[in-house]
Design a protein around this ligand. Sequence first.
Ligand code: ADP
Ligand code: MG
Length: 255
Amino acid sequence: MSDTIIKFDQVVKRFGALTVLDHLDFNVQRGEKVTIIGPSGSGKSTVLRILMTLESISEGIVSVDGEPLWHEERNGRLVNASEAHLRKMRVQLGMVFQQFNLFPHMSVRRNITEGPVKVLGMSRQDARERAEELLEMVGLANQADKYPHQLSGGQQQRVGIARALAMRPKVMLFDEPTSALDPELVGEVLNVIGALAEEHDLTMLLVTHEMRFAREVSDRVCFFDKGKIKEQGTPDELFTDPKEERTREFLKAVL
Ligand code: ADP
Ligand code: MG
């Protein structure tokens, strides 16, 4: 088992003429809590979407737990991944989106149990028990029979977190999980994510504009600019003593 759980190796992502990731090198270690910050359009969401297999890559190699994500080995050569390979790889990661993305026609319970039952082959009974535990953990015990529209944004996002965790992912990805919320609901979601960050074994990759929160929960902060890591370090290094002019400008604007 390698200690590197996510690895981007010289990854290029283009949309037509637009280069969104520009020979990106980026690693996350097992158990590490990493935050990505940076201006809008710098490629932060694209990194997460590539990991969830929602976007392909143009060049380079992405690996998850030592195995190529967008490629697979055939006859000793790396070829483009098959749909079966992508399916096998994508369940290793869980993602929480900015727009909660719950299934609107399913109860909270069903939102959480559907993946484990359909994809992991868990029994409905086990999946239900696990859902109860997870709902308790995100502070939503007794809400299992509600439908998404009956919940506040903050509650929906906490269901989103429970749903992702139900798949027992190796890595949890969060893409600006609080930026669609009314300000008074941000705290309850950050509290849940903060509690998760205390779990030693869980690997977390988080995109956020909540700088104070990033500072509290991260082992490492990466500042993205134009599809590359412009600067990275511990929260103290990056927030207190940024080396790059571009990082200083960005922090001045958001802090
Ligand atoms: P960030 O999350 O840092 O704001 P994104 O990764 O979402 O940035 O996007 C990076 C750039 O890629 C932006 O300029 C965005 O408009 C562009 N982009 C993202 N997705 C697509 C797409 N499907 N087609 C074309 N351009 C896209
Ligand atoms: Mg984004």
